[in-house]
Design a protein around this ligand. Structure first.
Ligand code: FDA
Length: 314
């Protein structure tokens, strides 16, 4: 399957090195990634907030295996939080625990990430823990729960509707009063842990959305799927759930038309804005979601090749 192929590529270091050096690849990445520096991330967040959107900024990086790199990632988040606060942007941050040292050592991870939680709390800012593959689900939830019990209630998690266990995890999050971002899930998972059919993933999404909207705490409904969005709108209207009690979330560069439509209709919309040099696995997951995106890569590579004159200006 095309999707599995791209997710597999996202984990291949050979493919990463090839793609990151391919002419044009960087310009394709720019369709989904705000840039490589904090300033580029902030500039995009500024433009979006001026247009009435909310933002979550993600400093790209995952599967980090050195403590230096993990510390540097946390330091980047500290600078980012200061910049968001200084500019008074309507923005928070999203991070991945494997970028912060989850594969290194749990105690190191806790010390490293709570530096970010503390800095965010100082500015009354929220931190979202992105959810990675099922190898990390239980550990991420355990980590989150421990942090929550230590008083870090400015932190929330992501739950994926393709995971069979998610109903139980939504129940737990609702009991805690924790904020959940609901998405479908971007990794390739075996049938024992995850639904494989789109109809099942979608049915699970709708069921979990209803649990979150009815009993949860300010959920983020993260999807570009109009069916999921319409189901959310219908449920919120049927149950008279106010529009400021939840938000829609979408990825930077994906369905901007839909983002604007929802915002004009009076819904809260948060755009997930990634930035940083480690864009390769993120880009591959976006290709996996919509293989037609590969067309942009091919076009950009050809444009910057000796045949480029054939594509310029188009
Ligand atoms: P679906 O894949 O069914 O797509 C519906 C329609 O949306 C498509 O027909 C197409 O029109 C459009 N679309 C979707 N993806 C596109 C793309 N890449 N390019 C262009 N068009 C596209 N996953 C995860 O495992 N952990 C996480 O922490 C997060 N975090 C996250 C945050 C936010 C804000 C969003 C929106 C998504 C995530 N995801 C995620 C990704 C998520 O799990 C899922 O892979 C994508 O959102 C695609 O699923 P959709 O719900 O959009 O539906």
């Amino acid at each position: 399957m095309m999707r599995d192929f791209f997710v597999m590529l996202s984990e291949s270091s050979l493919a990463r090195s090839f793609t990151m050096h391919a002419p044009g690849a960087r310009s394709v990445a720019r369709r989904f990634v705000a840039g490589e520096t904090i300033e580029e991330g902030i500039a995009t967040a500024r433009a979006l907030t001026r247009a009435g959107m909310k933002v979550t900024l993600d400093y790209l990086g995952e599967s980090v295996s050195s403590t230096d790199e993990a510390r540097q990632a946390a330091d980047t988040y500290l600078r980012l939080i200061e910049r968001i606060a200084a500019e008074k942007l309507d923005a928070n941050v999203s991070l991945k625990l494997t970028q912060m040292g989850q594969d290194i050592d749990e105690a190191f991870l806790y010390d490293n990430v709570t530096r970010v939680f503390d800095a965010a709390r100082l500015h009354d800012m929220f931190v979202r823990l992105d959810m990675e593959s099922s190898a990390y689900t239980q550990r991420t939830i355990d980590f989150f729960r421990h942090a929550w019990e230590q008083g870090y209630t400015n932190v929330g998690i992501v739950l994926q509707s393709y995971m069979r266990r998610s109903e139980q995890d939504v129940t737990l999050a609702n009991q805690l009063g924790a904020r959940v971002r609901l998405c479908k899930g971007a990794y390739v998972e075996p049938p024992e842990v995850a639904f494989q059919e789109k109809t099942e993933v979608d049915a699970s999404f709708v069921a979990l959305m209803k649990m979150l909207l009815s009993d949860g705490t300010y959920p983020g409904i993260a999807t570009h799927d109009e069916k999921m969005i319409n189901a959310t709108r219908a449920w919120s209207e049927e149950r008279q759930i106010p529009r400021d009690a939840f938000e829609f979330q979408m990825l930077y560069g994906v369905r901007r038309d839909l983002q604007e439509q929802l915002q004009s209709a009076g819904y809260r919309v948060r755009v997930y804005v990634p930035f940083g040099g480690a864009w390769y696995p993120y880009l591959m997951r976006r290709m996996a979601e919509r293989p037609a995106n590969v067309f942009f890569i091919v076009k950009a590579v050809l444009r910057e090749s000796p045949l480029g004159f054939m594509f310029n200006g188009k």
